[in-house]
Design a protein around this ligand. Structure first.
Ligand code: ADP
Ligand code: MG
Length: 476
């Protein structure tokens, strides 16, 4: 327990001194194996991670250890820790979780991710390839993958190598890989920079076998400086090809060439690949891409519309972002449908019309109803405070009286605060008036409740969604 506590302090110190994405990618999971008077032994998941930490972060970790433990520490080392994944090992820390729990709203991290976006925009200003880093929208769920690719374009062969990116279909893997490939091509014209898909690689290999010129293919690949291979999951059951690729990877890796691979799932789950290839990926740098959240989806639609020079009304963009949630390809599809319709009729389709289209594809069943409500909402008349309080009580499944009257039970407190907050922010009522509605409470206690909720909403995303759901219900 003691070590665990110390390790967390050391990690906190490290976070303040290195880039957030470096922390997530290189530290991933770490443990303390031993502490003596003047030395600390850290545990890593693989020898690859160990080598990287030693090479890149030795001094950062040493300084942090000195600061958090004592000055006498002169020596730190890294060792592969076979017990690191053992659930009963309390001396290990999962860095991703740690960062989430402890540095949720780290200003530093935010600033950094923004600046990486603008940097990307600058680089690609004169690129006309369809996929670039500048037209890739960065959100919480793809930030890491984006940053890794951006770092590779800036510093290939040196950082994030080899890199394995994984995520479900249509979440942007090909976009990122091709963008990275494009950037490197432009920057290093004298280098051999290759992009291929696993499918193409298989075909090429099979043809080479047939024509008996495998050796030539081998030579070509072994000579590459940057190798990008998309959709590696398609290699499943192709043992010979996997074997070939395994050897190519080893050679490229040994001669310090850059490798970037994508797959549709984590290396561990690529169970149809040969174990040795799979485990190779496992100890590479792996980053995942998740489904984009609402804000990212909205930004993607706006970006895609901008690329196509189509003005999309904000409520329409929001409606699509709220309802098409699975992947980015679907978002693009809906947008293209809208543009086609616009070109035919000269009108931007109404929400109902879009909903009909989505429904045909059975994105969701009650969209039509949703869209009607949304359309009504934009033209709807003023609500009474009763509507709001009804919605609050319905949402939390409690009696309205419980909210209004002096009831100190915990389950009524939050709904009461939500009710007051909505009356203040949405109806613009004075604190006095709200106090009267809430059974004659005084102005100060209403003020306190509203401020309290305001603070809570900034911290608690789930609560924010709940409050938004209530607003939606009432149409405010
Ligand atoms: P994958 O290779 O993961 O299946 P793609 O890279 O083919 O996904 O992405 C599908 C489509 O979605 C592409 O047109 C891509 O440009 C777009 N896309 C995905 N993610 C983003 C994003 N974050 N920003 C902009 N476009 C995106
Ligand atoms: Mg793809």
């Amino acid at each position: 327990m003691e070590k665990h506590y110390k390790l967390k302090n050391i990690l906190s110190e490290i976070i303040g001194n290195i880039k957030k994405q470096d922390f997530l990618v290189y530290f991933r999971k770490i443990s303390i194996i031993d502490i003596t008077d003047n030395s600390v032994v850290f545990g890593t998941v693989s020898s690859f991670m160990k080598d990287n930490l030693e090479a890149k972060f030795h001094s950062v970790v040493l300084e942090a250890s000195k600061k958090e433990l004592w000055d006498k520490i002169t020596n730190i080392s890294f060792k592969v820790d076979g017990e690191i994944d053992n659930p009963s090992n309390t001396n290990a820390v999962d860095c991703q979780k740690f960062l989430k729990e402890n540095h949720k709203t780290s200003k530093l991290a935010e600033k950094e991710s923004r600046s990486s976006v603008t940097a990307g925009a600058k680089v690609a200003a004169n690129a006309n390839a369809r996929y670039s880093l500048s037209n890739f929208i960065v959100g919480a769920d793809n930030q890491l993958a984006y940053s890794a690719c951006e770092a590779v374009t800036k510093n290939p062969w040196k950082s994030y190598n080899p890199l394995y990116i994984y995520g479900d279909v249509w979440l942007g893997k090909t976009h990122l890989l091709q963008a990275t490939w494009n950037e490197i091509l432009k920057k290093y014209r004298d280098k051999k920079v290759a992009y291929t898909t696993a499918d193409k690689f298989i075909t090429e290999y099979v043809t080479a076998v047939k024509k008996r010129n495998v050796e030539r293919m081998r030579e070509r690949f072994r000579d590459i400086d940057v190798l990008v291979i998309d959709d590696v999951q398609f290699l499943s059951k192709k043992e010979q090809t996997q074997n070939e690729l395994y050897n190519i990877f080893n050679i490229l890796y040994d001669s310090n060439k850059q490798i970037i691979i994508s797959g549709d799932r984590a290396p561990k789950e690529l169970t149809e690949l040969e174990p040795r290839l799979r485990s190779r990926f496992e100890w590479w740098i792996t980053v995942d891409i998740g489904k984009p959240d609402f804000e990212t989806r909205l930004a993607i639609i706006q970006e895609k519309a901008r690329e196509k020079e189509f003005m999309i009304p904000h409520d329409v963009a929001e409606f699509i972002a709220a309802n098409v949630t699975e992947n980015v390809r679907e978002l693009e599809w809906v947008l293209n449908q809208m543009i086609a319709e616009y070109e035919l009729t000269g009108n931007t389709p109404s929400l109902t019309r879009i909903a009909q289209k989505l429904q045909k594809l059975s994105f969701t069943t009650d969209l039509l109803w949703e869209s009607k409500r949304a359309e009504k909402r934009t033209t709807s008349t003023i609500k009474s405070y009763e509507d709001i309080l009804d919605a609050v009580s319905r949402h939390f499944g409690i009696e309205k009286e419980g909210i209004l009257w002096e009831n100190r039970k915990k389950e009524f407190m939050l709904p009461r605060q939500v009710g007051m907050y909505l009356l203040k922010t949405k109806m613009n009522y004075t604190y006095e008036r709200i106090g009267n509605i809430f059974n004659g409470r005084n102005h100060a206690s209403v003020l306190y409740s509203c401020n309290k909720l305001d603070k809570l909403l900034k911290k608690d995303k789930t609560l924010l969604y709940e409050v938004n759901a209530i607003k939606d219900q009432v149409g405010i």
